[in-house]
Design a protein around this ligand. Sequence first.
Ligand SMILES: *[C@@H]1O[C@H](CO)[C@@H](O)[C@H](O)[C@H]1NC(C)=O
Ligand SMILES: *[C@@H]1O[C@H](CO)[C@@H](O)[C@H](O)[C@H]1NC(C)=O
Ligand SMILES: *[C@@H]1O[C@H](CO)[C@@H](O)[C@H](O)[C@H]1NC(C)=O
Ligand SMILES: *[C@@H]1O[C@H](CO)[C@@H](O)[C@H](O)[C@H]1NC(C)=O
Ligand SMILES: *[C@@H]1O[C@H](CO)[C@@H](O)[C@H](O)[C@H]1NC(C)=O
Ligand SMILES: *[C@@H]1O[C@H](CO)[C@@H](O)[C@H](O)[C@H]1NC(C)=O
Ligand SMILES: *[C@@H]1O[C@H](CO)[C@@H](O)[C@H](O)[C@H]1NC(C)=O
Length: 589
Amino acid sequence: MTRSRHILLVLALVFAQSATALRPFLVKESLPAIPRGWTARDRPPADHVLQLQLGLRQADPNLLYDILANVSDPRHAQYGQHLQKAEVDDLVRPHRRTAEAAAAWLVHHGIPQTAIRPNSAGDWISIEVPVRVAESMLDTEYRVYDHEDGSALVRCMSWSLPADLHEHVEFIQPTTIFGRPKPHRSFVNSVISRGIVLSNPTNCSENVTPDCLRELYGIGSYRPNPSSANRLGISGYLGSYANINDTKFFYQQFVPRAYEANFSFAVELVNDGLNGQSEASASLEGNLDVQYGGAMSFPIANTYYSTGGSPPFDPSAGTPQNTNEPYGDFLSFILNKTNDELPTVLSTSYGDEEQTVPFSYAERICNLFAQLGARGVSVVFSSGDGGVGDGQGPGQKSTSCISNDGNATPMFLPFFPATCPFVTAVGSTAGVPEVAAGFSGGGFSNYFTRPYWQEGAVSAYAPHIPSSYATWYNSSGRAYPDVSVQGNNFIIQQSGSLTTGYGTSCSAPTFSGIVALLNDFLIARGKAPLGFLNPWLYIVGTVGFNDITTGSNPGCGTNGFSAIDGWDPITGVGTPNFTKLMSLLSLSL
Ligand SMILES: *[C@@H]1O[C@H](CO)[C@@H](O)[C@H](O)[C@H]1NC(C)=O
Ligand SMILES: *[C@@H]1O[C@H](CO)[C@@H](O)[C@H](O)[C@H]1NC(C)=O
Ligand SMILES: *[C@@H]1O[C@H](CO)[C@@H](O)[C@H](O)[C@H]1NC(C)=O
Ligand SMILES: *[C@@H]1O[C@H](CO)[C@@H](O)[C@H](O)[C@H]1NC(C)=O
Ligand SMILES: *[C@@H]1O[C@H](CO)[C@@H](O)[C@H](O)[C@H]1NC(C)=O
Ligand SMILES: *[C@@H]1O[C@H](CO)[C@@H](O)[C@H](O)[C@H]1NC(C)=O
Ligand SMILES: *[C@@H]1O[C@H](CO)[C@@H](O)[C@H](O)[C@H]1NC(C)=O
C-alpha cells in the first residue's frame, strides 16, 4: 500500500462521521451547450460502470513550476539538475486537509476501499463507480451522446460538489469532456505500387527519407554511442499500432545499418492497450512514428507505448467501457516509472481543439507534462494540420472556427496539448529550400498565458499580425509551434507497401529523433539530457536553427499567419542545424 493511500484510508475512517452533515451542492463545471457534432440520446443503464478520475488540488502548484524553470533555464545554477520521482511527488502532493476532505466524501458515498486508487503523489485518484452512484455524488444526470462519426460517450452537461469540497477537488472526469485526442493525421499523398527509385536520395525536395533529413539538418555521419540512460519514447493511443515487419522493411530500404543490426522498437502496453501486428492493423501514424523516430536516432533504443481506451460502446449491454481521455492513463503510467526507466524524449502526434478539453483538465494534463520535464524528459507534440484552424483558406467555406461557449464567436482553433507551455510543439516545412508548410498548425492558446522565455520572440512577431485578426486569437496566450522540420512527402512503409504521407505527425518523431541524438552527445560527455526544451530553445538554442521566412498557414477562411524573419506561429524558431546545436551545447560543457 502506498503511503498516500494509507493516509487517505485512515483519515477517511476518522472523518467519515463529520461528513454526513447536510451539505448544499454548488455547480462546479457546466457546458453552455452540447458540443458541436454531438447529440444527446437516452440515459445509460444505472449500473453502467464509470472510471472516474479525480484531480485533487496540489498544495502549492507554483513550487513545481519554479523548480522546473530553474532546472530548465540555461542561465540558472540549477540547470540540468533534474528531479527524481519522489521529489516531484512531494512537490505536487495535496495538503493534508484536501486529502481528508476527499476521502471523507468518498467514504460518505460508500465507495469501497478496493475501488479507490490514488497515484503515489495522492493528487490523482481513480475510482470505479456505477452511473447511479456518480450521479448522486455529483448531483447530475449522465446521458449517452452520439457523435456524427458514429462513436458514443457517456457524459453530463454539468456537475456539482458540496460547496466545501470546491477548493479541494479541481476536476472530475469523465463528466463534461467531449474532446478526444485524435492523431494529427498523417495524410497519404499516394501509394507507391512499384519499388521506388529516388533520383537524388540525399535531397528532400521530392521525397523525404531518413538520408535526406540527415543531410538537410547537418547530422551527417554523427554516430551515437548508445547509453542505457538514453531512450526515445513514442506514444500511441486508441488502437494505433506500429508494425514491426513494416519497420524492418523500411529500414532494409532506407537505413541498411539499422536493418543489418536487426534494429527494432520495444512495445509497452498501457491500460489494456494492444500490440496488433497483423498487416491490416498497422496504422500509418504508428508506423511513421517508429520508422522516422528510430531512423533518425539509430541505434538509440526506442519504445512504443500503446495506450488503450475507447472501445466501441454499446450502451444497451451495460458493460464497463473505458472512454477516458487517455492522456491521464498514460501519464499516470509513465510518471510512475523511476528516472532510469523514463525515455529522455517523448514524441506524440495527437491533439484536439483546445476548447473541447475542459480548462481544469487541460491545466492538470499540462501540469503532468511539467512533471516529466522536471524529471528530464523532453515532451514533444506535433502542432496540428489545419493551419490556424480548419485549413480552409480565403474564399473557402469554413464553419468550424467558432467558440463553443454558446456564443459561436468566430475564432482560430488552437490545438491542445501543443498549446501547453511545457511541451515543445513541432510544425512543418516543405521543399528545399524549406518554406513553411501550409497545413502547419500554429497560433495562440486561450488557456495558457505566454511564458517568459518566448516573450521576446513573440512580441517581435506581433506587429506582423494583420489587425483584422484581433478578435480571432488571444494575444496574451502561449504561442506555438516552437520549432519545425520537414512534414511533406515522407516515404513510409505501410501494410506491406510504400506510401508517401504528410502532416505535422511526420515532423514530431523526426525532431524527437534529433533531440535523442543531442542527448547522446550530452550523456557521452557526462552531462544531463536536455529535459524541458523551451527555455533553452528560446534563450540559447535559436541560433542553432535555420530561420524559415516564407509561407503561411491558411485556415478559418483566412490566410492565417505568415512566416517572417525570426520566430513565427507556423515554423517557430525554424528547423535544426545539428552541427550548430552541438557546438552550442559544447559551449556549456
Ligand atoms: C529557483 O531559483 C530561484 C532564483 O535563483 C531561487 O530563489 C529559488 O529558491 C529556486 N527555487 C527552488 C525551489 O529551488
Ligand atoms: C535540392 O533540390 C532542389 C530542387 O531541385 C534544389 O533547388 C536544391 O538546390 C537541391 N539542394 C541541394 C543541397 O542539392
Ligand atoms: C549549419 O551551420 C553551419 C555553421 O553556420 C553551416 O556551415 C552549415 O552549412 C549548416 N548546415 C546545414 C546543413 O545547413
Ligand atoms: C530480430 O528482432 C526480432 C524482433 O525484435 C526478434 O524477434 C528476432 O529474434 C531478432 N533476430 C535476430 C537474429 O536477432
Ligand atoms: C506504480 O508502481 C507501483 C510499484 O512499481 C505499482 O504497485 C503501482 O500499481 C503503480 N501504479 C500505477 C498507477 O501504475
Ligand atoms: C486570453 O488568455 C488568457 C490566458 O493567457 C486568459 O486569462 C483570458 O481569459 C483569455 N481571453 C479570452 C478572451 O479567451
Ligand atoms: C512483411 O513485409 C513484407 C514487405 O512489405 C511482405 O512482403 C511480407 O509479406 C510481410 N510479412 C508479414 C508476415 O506480414
